[in-house]
Design a binder for this molecule. Structure first.
Ligand code: FAD
Length: 305
């Protein structure tokens, strides 16, 4: 192994754990335990891929040649009166539960979203009740080339719908501004949010949540909506007749059209091919372009296998 990675826990030909439960390996997977080690990983490969909880990720069987950096060892939390500082590897659901217990409100609206803090920030994870951007004060990132750490104040971060612009860096930690509230009321709200999610989404199946972002219509589309309106990708997929569609081991969920699921022991190429087929059918039927919410690694032009 290269000298620059000395002292860092590194695995070769390691499986990349994702919520799909299928897919390829990392040629090299590193688990840096501190900022200095992250810097050394980026010195080894400035194009390294950052892995969070793998809840929004599918990796083609072909695997990944770039270094994969998992921040699972950087999971410290500093508790303040109104601010929590969480490292990128902190598990979001566990943080939410602990915040509710301590009477710190603001994150309970994200109940039921599997994520690391790093992945949640990059994706601006959220849903019907809020998004993580709502509580972010600042984010510290490492520049891939210079390996310097920068603190980005909330106003300088381009948070939008399931986007933040932070993915070009390695996200290290964030300061979250929370509000003192009654722990019982927070727990109750968290349960309500999770109940809503359980009712509307197939949370038991292997998936990455929503496969596509909800598109904004670029023109009036009969039966869908008016120009400028953001419409549910699940609804469009349903209307395009894709619910229940399968390719090999991958299926469009019958519960929620925007969830693509992988059967146990299935293959990532099926999931990628099915996403492409759904996008093609929607384009053909409505002239609407669906953009993936799920990150795809190891894909090339040919996704058939
Ligand atoms: C059952 C289920 C339900 C879901 N429901 C929702 C929902 O309601 N709302 C929602 O928004 N999402 C939902 N998702 C998707 C997922 O939970 C979010 O996108 C989440 O933010 C992914 O975080 P992660 O840590 O797993 O990121 P990963 O999947 O590991 O990575 C996602 C992207 O972020 C990048 N990344 C991760 N960490 C870092 C870092 N530290 N620095 C730089 N880049 C990084 C990765 O390179 C990748 O491009 C759901 C997923 C599942 C499986």
């Amino acid at each position: 192994m290269a000298q620059v990675l000395e002292g860092i826990d590194v695995e070769s030909q390691a499986p990349i754990r994702t919520w799909f439960g299928v897919g390829g390996m990392a040629r090299v997977l590193a688990h840096p335990a501190d900022e200095d080690a992250v810097g050394r990983c980026l010195a080894y490969d400035p194009h390294a891929r950052l892995l969070g909880d793998g809840a929004n990720l599918i990796v083609h069987e072909r695997g990944v040649d770039e270094l994969v950096i998992s921040l699972d060892r950087m999971a410290g939390v500093r508790w303040g009166e109104h601010e929590v500082v969480a490292e990128a590897g902190v598990n979001l659901p566990k943080l939410i539960t602990e915040c509710c217990r301590r009477g710190l409100g603001g994150l309970e609206t994200l109940g039921g979203i599997p994520a690391s803090i790093g992945g949640a920030l990059v994706m601006n994870a959220g849903g019907a009740f809020g998004q993580i951007a709502d509580v972010v004060s600042w984010v510290e990132v490492m520049d891939r080339q210079t390996r310097r750490v920068h603190r980005l104040e909330r106003a300088r971060i381009a948070f939008g719908y399931r986007t933040s612009g932070l993915g070009e860096h390695a996200v290290l930690r964030a300061g979250l501004a929370l509000t003192r509230r009654d722990p019982g009321a927070l727990r109750q709200r968290l349960l309500e949010v999770m109940e809503y999610k359980k009712r509307s989404q197939p949370l038991g199946a292997n998936s990455a949540g929503c496969a596509f972002k909800n598109p904004t219509l670029t023109r009036d589309v009969e039966g869908l909506g008016a120009q400028g309106e953001r419409v549910s990708a699940g609804l469009i997929i349903d209307r395009a007749g894709c619910k229940g569609l399968t390719i090999g081991s991958a299926a469009v969920s019958e519960v929620h059209g925007n969830f693509i699921t992988a059967a146990k022991g299935g293959c990532a190429a099926d999931v990628i091919n099915l996403m492409n087929e759904v996008a093609r059918r929607v384009r053909e039927r409505f002239g609407v372009e669906l953009h993936r919410e799920v990150a795809v690694w190891g894909e090339s032009e040919r996704t058939e296998h």
